[in-house]
Write a protein that binds this ligand. Structure first.
Ligand code: GCV
Length: 718
C-alpha cells in the first residue's frame, strides 16, 4: 500500500472510529503469508464476480469442509462479496471426488491420481460452472488452492482446463525443533510446537500452518529435530504428536517423527540398540504398533545415524542398511516409511568429507527394504550458498533417494539476509548427473523416473518459528513457498515463475511491483554467494553458529570443522583439490561429469575452487588473475545488495508501511554484513596471498585482527 492509500486508510479508520465501526484496514504483519486474498478492484474483480458466485460441495469429509472454508474465505474476499454454499447456480464452483457421479458427469472422467485434480470451466444446463475434481479429497483441496492462486495472481478463470498431479509422493517439511522449543538452525523465534500445552491446547496457529502447507502441496511434516530426543517416542509425547496429526489430517498432511537410534536403551531399558538383536527388533515393532494405535496414518521415521555424534548401527558394527531395515520392518505392516539420512561423516575418517557419504552408501545399493528411502542433502558438504550436486544422485540405481534442501538458510544469512532460494533449488534439480546418459537430471532421480522407483520424496528443513511472520522475515516466506511449489513438480522447477506468484500474492499483483521485486529476488542468492563464498569456496562461516565470516579458523578438533580445511589458502594459491592429484572426489561423478570437473578449464567457474587448488595468478575467463577476480567478486556481492536496497526503496508505494519498513531495515543489516563478509574475507585472503588489491577494490575497513576478534555468544539457532 502506498503513502497515499495509507493516508486514505487512516482517514477511513478515523471515520470508522467516529461512527463506531470497525477499522477499515489492519496493519500487515506477514501472518497471512501468501493467503491474503486481497481484492484489487477493477475489471479483473468484476470478471471474477461473474465467474464465481457460490459454492457447491459434492460429498462431505473433514477435507471437503476445509476446502469449503478456504473457498468461502478466499472467494468472498477476492470478489468482495459473500460466496457461500448453495444449490448449483450460474457461477457455481462445484467440487468433490472425480468418482462422484455428479462430478464425473460434469467433467466426463472418473479417475484422477490420488492427490491430483482437474480444474475445468464447463456448461451445465446453460449455467457456467467451475469444477474442481479430485482423485482424493486432498486432491480437491489442492484444486481449491489452485483456483485461489490463479485469482490472487490475476489470471483469467473463465476458460479453465487444468489437470495436475504431483510428480513426487513425499513432500515434507523437516522441523529441527527440540522438545524445549529451541530450534536447531532456527532464526524465527521458538518452535511453534508448544509441547508443554499439547495435547490439550491446540491454537488456530496449527490449523493455519496446515493451510499454508496444503496450499503449496506439502503433505507431511517431521515434527522433531534429527538430532533427536528419545522422549519424543514416549507415550506422553506421542499423544501430543497425535493431537497435531488430528489437526493436520484434513489438510492431507501426515505426521512423521525423527527416531533416535538408541531409544531402546534410553526409554526401553534395553542394554543395546544393535539392529540385529531380536529384543531390539521386538522393541521397535512394539513401538511402531503403539504409534499407529495413536496415529493411524503416521508417516514413518526420519533417522540421522552415525553422524555428528548421533548413535547408529555402526556403533554395533552394522551397516546403515541393517539399521534402516530394522526400522523399516517395524513400520512396514502399517504402511510406514523410513527416511534414512545420508548426511554422514566421521571424525576418525581422514577422507575428504565431501566423499564420505558416497563411500558409505554406494556399496549398500540394493540392500535396503522397499519402504526405505535414503535422504540426501543437495550437496556433499552442508547446504552451502553453492555446492555442486551431490554425487550420490544417480549413483544408487536400486535405492530410492530423496532430496533434502535447507529452507532455513543456516549458511545464507539466516533470518536477516534476503536470499531467495528458488535459483539454488532449480540449479540442483536441473543438474545433469549423466548416470543414464544426457538428461539424467537430479529431478528425474528424485521423481523416480530415472530408475523406476515408486517411493519418491523431497524434504525441506523448515524455517518456521513463533515469529508473527512465521519465517523471521517476509522474504524468507518465499523460500517456504518455493520449496512446496518445486516439490510438486521438480522437473519443471521455475524459480522466476514461482517468485512471481509469491510476490503477487504476498504483496500485490501489480506488475510495477512484481517485476522489480522478482528481479531482486532472482539475483539475491548469487549476491550472497559473491559476498560470502565466491568461485566455489565453501564452509567459511564462523564456528558453531555459522553467523558471519571465519575463514581464519583452523584450530578446531576435527579438521573438517575448520574453514581452513576447505579453502587451503596459502602464499601459492587457494582451493580444495578434488581431482586425482587431490582427494579425487571428482571420480564419484559419472565419467562425463568427472571429466569436466577434473580440468579447471572445463569446470564452471562458479565451482572452480570446490574442485581445484589453483595459483593466485591463474588466468580466469575474464582475463583477470584468480586473486583479482576473487576480490572483485566479493565487491560485486556488496554492490548487488546496494542495488537491492535501491530497488526496494523504489517500491514503497506498493507495500504496506509495516512490511516495507521491516524489509528496509533488514536490507540495511544485510548491506552492513555483506561489507563485513567482503572486508573480513579480503583481509584474511590478502594475509595469505600477500598480493595488492586490484584497482577499484575497496580496502577493508579494519585490520584482520579486528574481524578475528568479533564474538557472537548468543547468535541464534545454535
Ligand atoms: C541437525 C549441519 C548443521 C547441524 C545439523 C546437521 C544435520 O551440520 O550445522 O545443525 O544438525 O547439519 O543436517 O544433521
Amino acid at each position: 500500500m502506498g503513502r497515499l492509500s495509507q493516508a486514505m486508510v487512516g482517514l477511513v479508520a478515523a471515520l470508522a472510529l467516529v461512527l463506531g465501526l470497525a477499522p477499515a484496514a489492519q496493519a500487515e504483519d506477514g501472518y497471512d503469508l501468501w493467503l491474503r486474498y486481497q481484492p484489487e478492484g477493477g475489471a479483473v474483480e468484476t470478471a471474477y464476480r461473474r465467474a464465481v458466485s457460490s459454492l457447491h460441495p459434492v460429498g462431505d469429509s473433514a477435507t471437503i469442509r476445509a476446502a469449503t472454508a478456504e473457498l468461502e474465505r478466499g472467494l468472498s474476499s477476492l470478489t468482495a462479496r459473500a460466496v457461500t454454499t448453495r444449490p448449483i447456480a450460474d457461477g457455481a464452483v462445484v467440487y468433490g471426488l472425480a468418482s462422484a457421479p455428479e462430478i464425473a458427469a460434469l467433467i466426463g472422467q472418473t479417475t484422477i491420481a490420488p492427490e491430483g485434480y482437474v480444474l475445468r470451466s464447463v456448461r451445465d444446463n446453460g449455467r457456467r460452472v467451475t469444477v474442481i475434481a479430485g482423485g482424493s479429497d486432498t486432491g480437491v483441496l489442492y484444486g481449491a488452492f489452485d483456483l485461489l492462486r490463479r485469482m490472487q495472481t490475476r489470471q483469467s478463470i473463465d476458460d479453465l482446463n487444468i489437470a495436475e498431479t504431483p510428480a513426487v509422493h513425499l513432500r515434507l517439511l523437516n522441523h529441527w525443533d527440540n522438545l524445549d522449543r529451541s530450534v536447531e538452525r532456527g532464526y524465527a523465534g521458538q518452535s511453534i510446537w508448544d509441547w508443554h500445552t499439547l495435547p490439550g491446547f491446540t491454537p488456530g496457529l496449527y490449523t493455519d500452518y496446515a493451510r499454508a502447507n496444503a496450499s503449496i502441496g506439502i503433505n507431511g511434516t517431521v515434527l522433531n529435530n534429527v538430532n533427536a530426543n528419545a522422549l519424543s517416542l514416549t507415550e506422553p509425547y506421542l499423544l501430543k504428536a497425535a493431537a497435531l496429526a488430528d489437526i493436520f489430517r484434513p489438510y492431507g498432511i501426515k505426521v512423521y517423527l525423527s527416531a533416535r537410534f538408541s531409544a531402546p536403551i534410553e526409554i526401553g531399558g534395553l542394554a543395546t540398540a544393535d539392529p540385529l538383536d531380536p529384543a531390539v527388533q521386538a522393541w521397535w515393532k512394539a513401538k511402531a504398533d503403539e504409534i499407529y494405535r495413536l496415529i493411524p496414518d503416521f508417516g514413518g521415521f526420519l533417522v540421522k545415524a552415525n553422524s555428528e555424534g548421533q548413535p547408529g548401527p555402526q556403533d554395533y558394527h552394522r551397516t546403515h542398511a541393517e539399521g534402516a531395515n530394522m526400522l523399516a520392518d517395524a513400520v512396514a505392516p502399517h504402511g510406514g516409511v523410513v527416511m534414512w539420512r545420508a548426511f554422514v561423516y566421521a571424525h576418525d575418517n581422514p577422507e575428504d568429507r565431501a566423499k564420505q557419504a558416497f563411500d558409505d552408501f554406494v556399496p549398500l545399493d540394493g540392500q535396503f527394504r522397499d519402504n526405505v528411502i535414503v535422504q540426501v542433502k543437495n550437496g556433499a558438504i552442508d547446504f552451502q550458498p553453492r555446492e555442486p550436486f551431490h554425487p550420490l544422485f544417480g549413483a544408487m540405481p536400486k535405492t530410492p533417494l530423496m532430496m533434502e534442501f535447507q529452507i532455513t538458510k543456516e549458511y545464507l544469512g539466516q533470518a536477516t539476509h534476503l536470499a531467495y532460494l528458488g535459483p539454488l533449488f532449480e540449479e540442483v534439480l536441473r543438474a545433469d548427473t549423466h548416470q543414464r546418459g544426457p538428461g539424467s537430471t537430479v529431478a528425474k532421480v528424485i521423481d523416480g523416473r530415472l530408475f523406476n522407483h515408486r517411493l519418491t520424496g523431497i524434504a525441506g528443513v523448515a524455517n518456521i518459528g513463533t515469529d508473527r511472520n512465521w519465517s523471521g522475515s517476509d522474504f524468507n516466506q518465499a523460500n517456504w513457498y518455493v520449496f512446496g511449489r518445486m516439490a510438486w513438480d521438480p522437473e519443471h522447477a521455475d524459480a522466476a515463475a514461482i517468485a512471481r506468484e509469491w510476490a503477487a500474492m504476498t504483496f500485490t499483483p501489480d506488475p510495477r511491483f512484481v517485476e522489480p521485486a522478482v528481479g531482486m529476488m532472482m539475483r539475491s542468492r548469487e549476491a550472497v554467494v559473491d559476498y560470502m563464498t565466491p568461485l566455489g569456496l565453501h564452509h567459511l562461516m564462523a564456528t558453531g553458529h555459522h553467523y558471519g565470516p571465519g575463514p581464519w579458523v583452523s584450530d578446531l578438533a576435527r579438521p573438517e570443522w575448520n574453514p581452513a580445511y576447505y579453502h587451503q589458502a596459502d602464499v601459492a594459491g587457494i582451493g580444495f583439490d578434488r581431482t586425482a592429484s587431490g582427494s579425487d572426489a571428482v571420480s564419484q561423478y559419472a565419467p562425463e561429469i568427472a571429466r569436466l570437473f577434473a580440468d579447471p578449464a572445463t569446470t564452471p567457474e562458479a565451482d572452480l575452487l570446490w574442485f581445484h587448488h589453483l595459483p593466485w595468478t591463474y588466468r580466469m575467463r575474464s582475463g583477470r588473475t584468480l586473486w583479482d577476480e576473487l576480490v572483485l567478486t566479493y565487491g560485486h556481492g556488496v554492490d548487488e545488495v546496494t542495488a537491492m536496497q535501491a530497488t526496494w526503496a523504489s517500491l514503497e508505494d506498493f507495500v504496506d508501511r509495516e512490511r516495507f519498513a521491516d524489509t528496509t531495515q533488514l536490507l540495511a543489516i544485510q548491506h552492513d554484513e555483506a561489507v563485513w563478509w567482503r572486508d573480513a574475507s579480503v583481509a584474511y585472503f590478502q594475509s595469505r596471498s600477500g598480493l595488492p588489491l586490484p584497482a577499484g577494490a575497496a580496502a577493508p575497513a579494519h585490520p584482520l585482527s579486528w574481524y578475528e576478534a568479533l564474538q557472537f555468544p548468543y547468535a541464534p539457532g545454535h
